[in-house]
Design a protein around this ligand. Structure first.
Ligand code: ADP
Length: 297
């Protein structure tokens, strides 16, 4: 049987401005972006699956077709008759990007509402991946269901990887965000935070402090991303710094962290060397920030 990488979260419709003033429709989302890059980075001996919920309408069908066309399995995508998918619009103002979201009632918010379906989705997983955004969109009960299912998958032998991907605006309070993220980190094997977000939410003085906090929560491997700055890893009580790959001209940093995670995790699965896997992640992220858009061929 093939091994499976299972990513859990929300994919949204993306409306991106074009040079003629119209908008181009696409599909993206942090955990979907990572699954997309994992499909490219992993060999044919790995299945890549996406766990989410969509509606039964035309745009939901187009989204599911888009995911499937990328080679990502959609067997565990729930289809809900009375819902549709979330949407975000990218706005450009003098070169600065800002985002407007319509996702408060998206189908993906119900992705963990059927515990049996979730259990089935995770049953054959070799590596389970989710993020702080996955947690943020769920009700408290569904979040507990998801973390329970992930803990059982880990107990059954799956490796669990988690990107805190902190989005304070998706949470009622900062405390709830921080508590949920630390609880998720405590049941993860690999935690992949970005220092700038962590510094704001947790007050970490530097990437080493971020790495230490997640290691103390119980994560055996922590890699702290840091934009154009040095990354910090912590594994087996050992702390190291790693330089990113130099980029001459940064074009668009969308999905830098998501692609880093995919490059890192694919390397971790294929050769298992931590420093080399970080180089793999940094190399892919450097390519992604050198091009426009989240999904760079
Ligand atoms: P996020 O997208 O989650 O905010 P970061 O901005 O920390 O994540 O970036 C993730 C990774 O992408 C970094 O660790 C680095 O490897 C790469 N990266 C991001 N920005 C740059 C940059 N300006 N130059 C080179 N690499 C970058």
């Amino acid at each position: 049987m093939k091994r499976a990488f299972v990513s859990i979260g929300e994919c949204m419709v993306e409306m991106a401005p074009t040079s003629d003033g119209s908008y181009r429709l696409g599909f993206a989302g942090d955990t979907l972006n990572t699954a997309w890059y994992m499909r490219r980075g992993l060999g044919a001996d790995w299945d890549v699956s996406y766990v989410t919920a969509v509606g039964e309408d035309e745009i939901s069908r187009r989204m599911t077709d888009f995911i499937a066309a990328a080679g990502i399995r959609t067997d565990f995508v729930r289809r809900l008759p009375d819902k549709t998918v979330g949407l975000y619009l990218i706005q450009l103002n003098e070169g600065e990007r800002s985002f407007a979201y319509w996702r408060a009632d998206s189908a993906a918010r119900r992705l963990a509402a059927d515990p049996a379906a979730l259990e089935t989705a995770l049953r054959s997983a070799g590596l389970v991946y989710f993020s702080g955004i996955t947690l943020a969109i769920l009700s408290e009960d569904d979040r507990a269901t998801l973390l329970g299912a992930i803990a059982r998958a880990r107990h059954g032998g799956a490796t669990v990887a988690f990107d805190p991907n902190l989005r304070p605006r998706l949470w009622p309070t900062r405390e709830q965000m921080c508590d949920a993220v630390m609880a998720a980190a405590a049941l993860s094997d690999i935690v992949l935070p970005s220092h700038d977000d962590e510094a704001v939410a947790f007050g970490d003085a530097d990437p080493a402090a971020t790495a230490r906090r997640y290691a103390e929560a119980g994560a055996p491997v922590v890699v702290v991303k840091n934009g154009a700055g040095d990354m910090t890893s912590r594994a087996g009580g050992r702390e190291d710094t790693h330089a990113p790959v130099r980029v001459d001209k940064v074009v668009d940093t969308t999905a830098a962290g998501d692609s880093f995670n995919a490059g890192f995790l694919a390397g971790h699965l294929s050769h298992g060397d931590l420093a080399r896997a970080i180089r793999d992640g940094a190399g892919l992220a450097a390519k992604v920030v050198s091009h426009r858009g989240a999904l760079v061929e």
